[in-house]
Design a protein around this ligand. Structure first.
Ligand code: MGD
Ligand code: MGD
Ligand code: SF4
Ligand code: MO
Length: 685
């Protein structure tokens, strides 16, 4: 039974237990406490459905361990202090660091938990106004490889129109765990007769739904994509008119593809030659109604950007770019720009990553986290002394945890904004209590349906600030308050909408959102793409100028091209489970009951070979470090032999103790968090 309160009526808003922002209705009890979350029925995005993760917001918001007062590190302990005092002291210490070591000695680190749009831009704005180029974020290892790979080819990241597809190709993504609303689109496509092909070394939940499940060796997707491209080209199965009129570099790509015969692809990837031919023919038959999704499973490898580019080419080849049922070019809302990129470009300042990743800089205007952590420890190219971190727990989520811990501990000033004490707050000088998504209001843009919504603040807790209020208050204590002129988030939202046709009040009263633009296809017919040539780029002169491969060449992952016999297994990490979320939500008992412990998935043959039994504790080691973790022997089809999988986020067995901050994709600096060469040792007593 849902308790209904007359004093505290239900509030329609949006869930941010993950980045899907489903429309919800929040109920409160007679004391005004959040008591239940239901779906809101009329939003076109989630269409009245929510997943079981959403309800966890009740526990998160009311959790007894939630931080409600600022903490200051005193000796090896913590002292509760007043918020105003904490903000005064932090502003003073930031100003001191800047005076003594220059503006770039400060940095901001933003994690996944506040999303990637408005809150991200606010943090970027703060950095710019402060005068530091050192904006660091989870984007250094989250979606940017995909965004950059697709954008290099199309000028933006097109989205799959699965509902209208005839053939759906899912590469390294498992939407039932990671993006439930997308799963429904895939199932809808299947209901309408589309073929679902899932490419994943593991039998993921979506792979169980697939018509064809392909299990390549980890990190070899680029070879498979080139093999498919080769089939489309040699069989004359590509859209010649589109390629001729709207693309550049096709001849170079076709020449490169020629080496990827079905046999060669089988040798590289382990995918049978016949399967390569079969998938290519399905893509050909679908033609303009061929759509694909790329996930995390493509990007945590050192050739991730080029593998993504090779995958992206397939839509141009079969003529499904910006077509119904294909890869649709999404238009943004056109809201005001918050990040101050044009107003304060800071071009003269070197980033703490030594500007080693110019492509990441150009596309995202940010600094690579792995390399910036080195700067803290080595002072090279200069010392990074201070950091304000929000919504992140990199000690658990960034590669090489031991180094992350050392680097954060070496900072002169670390301020962390959090809901709970974590492994990263433990290293802080100040920990500030942060608002949850139910205590913020912000704009959410749903690109694939070109709709905007605005969340509603359900409650406020005195002394617990939302992100905007915090940046505002520090800026006003320093000398750049002018960049944070809005009284509160609501005023900011109103300003953001001023450059659009959306009326602020109307949006406030539209829990179903407002579509800001009809979806149109074939926009390339009358509008150049945002690539340097204005066309689809098989070959990128922009990349070539920076010394990278002009086309998306394939390179085998290191565990294959430079195998080390002492580390015979390839470890995939981070496959999502529905109720685990990075290192978050571990304090929700209901969720914990479902996923009580970490484990490493292993093929039965590998277990037999090592004499390992189900549930046995083993030592898992890479050249970076070791952890102890129980083994889960999965069924034969669930994973390919020689490959292991362990989900990240567990402090009890932190896989990022094993992952690489020293092997990075040369184009965008993404770390090798998958395909890690490891060994397994029994821990005989
Ligand atoms: N429940 C839950 N949902 C989440 C998150 C979470 O932590 N928990 N995190 C959110 C975030 S920040 C992100 S970025 C997204 C990620 O969302 P997705 O990209 O969908 O990530 P996963 O669900 O982990 O699916 C990745 C799949 O890639 C496979 N894979 C690994 N290596 C390879 C490879 O070399 N090739 C191929 N083809 N496949 C491979 C894995 O086996 C796994 O099944 O999820 C978001 N949603
Ligand atoms: N080995 C391995 N590691 C991975 C991955 C992988 O696949 N394999 N995936 C990577 C990916 S894609 C990502 S996105 C990262 C995520 O890495 P992080 O960004 O570090 O994500 P979390 O561990 O969820 O940490 C988020 C923290 O924010 C806090 N929080 C929650 N809500 C709020 C809020 O509203 N405001 C504030 N201020 N704080 C809040 C939570 O309590 C939590 O401690 O992990 C990466 N790490
Ligand atoms: S998918 Fe689930 S957790 Fe994510 S926003 Fe929707 S309801 Fe919330
Ligand atoms: Mo992510």
């Amino acid at each position: 039974m849902i308790e209904k309160s007359r004093d505290f009526p239900p509030v329609n808003t949006f869930c941010r237990m993950c980045d899907n922002h489903c429309a919800i209705t929040v109920h409160r009890d007679g004391n005004g406490q959040v008591s239940n979350i239901e779906s809101y029925p009329d939003h076109p995005w989630n269409q009245g459905r929510i997943c079981s993760r959403a309800g966890g917001a009740v526990e998160i918001t009311n959790h007894p361990d939630r931080l409600l007062r600022p903490l200051k590190k005193v000796g090896s302990g913590w002292q509760e202090i007043d918020l105003e005092q904490a903000l005064d002291e932090i502003a003073e210490r930031v100003a001191d660091l800047q005076t003594n070591f220059g503006p770039e000695s400060m940095s901001v680190w933003k994690g996944e938990a506040t999303s990637f749009n408005q809150q991200e831009d606010l943090a970027k704005r703060f950095c710019r106004a402060l005068g530091t180029p050192n904006y660091l974020s989870v984007d250094s290892l989250c979606f940017c490889t995909r965004e950059i790979g697709w954008s290099l080819v199309y000028g933006s990241w097109p989205k799959p129109d699965f509902r209208n597809s005839r053939c759906m190709l899912v590469w390294g993504s498992n939407p039932p765990a990671s993006h439930p609303p997308l799963t429904r689109q895939i199932l809808k496509g299947q209901e309408r007769g589309a073929t679902l092909i899932v490419i994943d070394p593991r039998l993921s939940t979506i792979a169980r739904q697939a018509d064809i499940h392909v299990q390549p060796k980890p990190g070899t997707d680029g070879a498979l994509a080139w093999g498919l491209a080769h089939q489309l080209i040699v069989n004359d199965w590509y859209d010649k008119d589109f390629v001729k009129s709207y693309t550049i570099g096709f001849d170079k790509a076709a020449r490169y593809a020629a080496d990827f015969t079905p046999g060669a692809v089988e040798a590289q990837t382990g995918v049978p030659a016949q399967t390569v031919i079969k998938i290519a023919s399905l893509i050909h038959q679908a033609g303009s109604r061929f759509a694909q999704l790329t996930g995390n499973g493509i990007e945590h490898y050192e050739n991730g950007v080029n593998n993504t580019r090779a995958i992206a080419y397939l839509n141009a080849l079969c003529g499904s770019f910006d077509m119904k049922g294909g890869a649709v070019q999404v238009d943004g809302l056109g809201q005001q720009s918050l990040a101050l990129f044009d107003e304060i470009p800071l071009r003269q300042l070197k980033r703490a990553d030594g500007d080693k990743f110019p492509v990441m800089r150009d596309f995202r205007q940010e600094c690579n986290t792995m390399t910036a952590l080195d700067a803290i420890l080595t002072g090279n190219p200069y010392s990074l002394k201070g950091m304000i971190m929000t919504a992140a727990n990199p000690v658990i989520t960034n590669p090489n945890s031991e180094k992350v811990r050392k680097a954060l501990a070496a900072l002169d000033l670390l301020v962390v904004r959090e809901l709970f004490m974590t492994e990263s707050t433990g290293l802080a000088d100040y920990v500030l209590p942060a608002a949850t998504f139910l205590e913020r209001t912000e704009l959410y843009v749903y690109g694939p349906i070109q709709t905007v919504s605005m969340s509603t603040r359900v409650q406020s807790i005195p002394g617990v600030q939302d992100e905007y209020q915090f940046w505002h208050d520090i800026a006003h204590r320093m000398d750049f308050g002018e960049y944070f002129p809005w009284e509160n988030e609501s005023a900011l939202n109103e300003w953001l909408l001023q450059s659009t046709d959306i009326d602020f009040k109307e949006l406030q009263n539209s829990p179903q959102g407002i579509q800001y633009q009809q979806i149109k296809y074939k926009k390339w017919q009358h509008r150049p793409l945002a690539t340097p040539s204005g066309k689809v780029e098989f070959a990128s002169s922009y990349l070539a100028k920076q010394g990278y491969e002009e086309i998306g060449e394939y390179k085998a992952p290191r565990y294959l091209n430079n195998p080390k016999p002492e580390f015979p297994f390839s470890l995939i990490t981070g496959a999502r489970n529905h109720l685990t979320y990075h290192s978050s939500y571990r304090g929700i008992e209901r969720f914990r009951a479902e996923y009580p412990d970490p484990h490493v998935e292993m093929h039965p043959d590998d277990a037999d070979g090592g004499g390992i039994t189900n549930g046995e504790m083993v030592k898992l080691s890479s050249v970076v470090g070791s952890i102890e973790i129980p083994v889960k022997i999965v069924s034969r089809q669930e994973i390919i032999p020689g490959v292991l999988q362990a989900t990240h986020g567990w402090k009890e067995a932190n896989v990022n103790a094993l992952t690489h901050d020293d092997i990075l994709d040369p184009i965008d600096g993404f770390p090798v968090q998958k395909g890690v060469a490891v060994k397994v040792e029994r821990m005989l007593k």
